[in-house]
Write a protein that binds this ligand. Structure first.
Ligand SMILES: [Zn+2]
Length: 99
């Protein structure tokens, strides 16, 4: 049984979600070293890629993407309700769904 918690339909900056979530998620990419990129082999003693020719780059997930992921999760939750799942409120205010 999945536990549910009260959440808003959408994330807004006004409610503090942007402040709470922006910078909390990253995508990690491996990118070519800008110093060694034009050579066939990595340059010795490169301080950027440490002679690997590539280096990891962490890119923050944008606020627009965070909101889009959240909206998709809300959409799926609503689909569960439409499919006949029912919310059950149990003591301590927790929400659960069951068939
Ligand atoms: Zn390099």
């Amino acid at each position: 049984m999945t536990e549910f918690v009260p959440m808003p339909k959408e994330l807004t900056a006004e409610d503090g979600f942007k402040f709470a979530l922006i910078g909390a998620f990253f995508e990690r990419f491996t990118v070519p070293c800008p110093k060694c990129y034009h050579f066939d082999v990595a340059q010795e003693d490169c301080q950027i890629c440490f002679d690997e020719g590539v280096y990891p780059l962490n890119v923050s997930v944008s606020w627009c993407t965070i909101k889009a992921i959240y909206a998709k999760a809300v959409e799926h939750s609503n689909a569960l309700v439409r499919a006949g799942k029912k919310h059950i409120v149990v003591p301590r205010g927790q929400l659960f769904m069951e068939d």
